[in-house]
Design a protein around this ligand. Structure first.
Ligand code: P6P
Length: 342
């Protein structure tokens, strides 16, 4: 089994402090940054749970930079994260799916050496029907850590392999924070009776191959030929019993990737005739998830290139993504390559 359940009673703060101690040069600033972020996650865990009672469901009149209707809980989550993170003195800049441009640190607060990019509430289309949603985040060091000025766009457009930490908080049947700082993937489950995130799974290892594929099949008619060939192959029974695969698709990236991390298989959002670069955003959705998948021993590419090696060129750029069990991602890459052969 790829999941190492633990009986150790360790809070996420203790875990972060212990990881910090592994880096003699650590100043504790990173630990304090993550402590502030987990406060925002605690508040959102409470608010998402009570959304139906607090009349925060429903949509605003506005739409975000992507032209998507913005749910009120989206804006609330964006605001909570900003207010938890703007004054700690650890960040020089933030960026969010819900912000057109950079989120500046208010003038009265010190600028730190870290950068936070996040999707405050991923899966917002599922908010009103009580389906799992989540927050995705990624932390970088600023390009020039000697500076104490405002962070710039380039600080938010670094290669994914430069992430110092990434994770997501999933508001599902329980609230779980899945996190990596480059030392494997650990899962912390929120215990609302004590207000703590407790370590529940250590060093998740994704299976080499799974039996589940996760994609929006409603786009099949506009997929590239290689994807159509791949999915048809997955559904053809094989003599070794490895196929057919099962389809599981929540429509919330956090939930679909979380299941893939635990059970293996592949999550894919390919480019298609309508959206050649796919739908998911490289900077604050795909890169954090790619970091987690690789840290769990999986593979994450755009069909050709390692996602963490792709240089972002704009905050909200989209990118095709294929991530999960190594053998499954290699399979889809082969079908994409074969479809290009004359
Ligand atoms: P589709 C949610 O809106 C999201 O950004 C991701 O969480 C999810 O994987 C994807 O979009 C779902 O998109 O086109 O299948 O509804």
């Amino acid at each position: 089994m790829p999941i190492v359940k633990t009986s150790k009673l360790i809070t996420i703060e203790r875990h972060i402090a212990e990881e910090g101690a592994m880096h003699p040069e650590a100043t504790g600033e990173f630990s304090h940054l993550l402590r502030d972020f987990t406060l925002a996650m605690r508040i959102l865990a409470r608010d998402v749970r009570r959304a139906g009672l607090n009349d925060v469901l429903g949509t605003t009149d506005g739409s975000n930079v992507h032209g998507e209707q913005v749910k009120r809980l989206d804006l609330h989550a964006n605001d909570i994260i900003f207010r938890a993170m703007d004054h700690g003195g650890h960040l020089c800049v933030m960026a969010s799916e819900e912000s057109n441009g950079l989120i500046r640190i208010p003038n009265e607060y010190r600028r730190g050496k870290y950068v936070l990019v996040f999707d405050p509430l991923d899966g917002s289309s599922n908010i009103d029907v009580n389906v799992t949603i989540g927050t995705i985040f990624s932390i970088y060091k600023r390009v020039d850590p000697t500076l104490v000025t405002d962070g710039e766009l380039e600080d938010c457009l670094q290669h994914g392999y430069k992430q110092v930490a990434a994770g997501y908080c999933m508001y599902g049947s329980s609230t779980q924070l899945v996190y990596t700082s480059g030392n494997g993937v650990d899962v912390f489950t929120f215990d609302p009776t004590i207000g703590e995130f407790l370590l529940t799974y250590e060093k998740i290892r994704i299976p080499q191959r799974g039996k589940i594929y996760s994609v929006n099949s409603g786009n099949a008619h506009i997929w590239p030929q290689g994807i159509r060939d791949y999915v048809s192959w997955l559904l053809r029974p094989s003599d070794d019993g490895l196929r057919p695969y099962s389809l599981r698709y929540v429509g919330t990236m956090v939930a679909d990737v979380h299941r893939t991390l635990h059970y293996g298989g592949i999550f894919l959002y390919p480019g298609d005739a309508r959206m050649p670069d796919g739908k998911l955003r490289l900077v604050y959705e795909v890169n954090p998830m790619a970091f987690l998948v690789e840290q769990a021993g999986g593979r994450a590419t755009d069909g050709v290139n390692r996602l963490l090696d792709v240089k972002p060129t704009s905050l909200h750029q989209r990118i095709p993504c294929f991530m999960g069990s190594t053998d499954d991602v290699l399979d889809v890459e082969r079908f994409l390559q074969d479809a290009l052969q004359p």
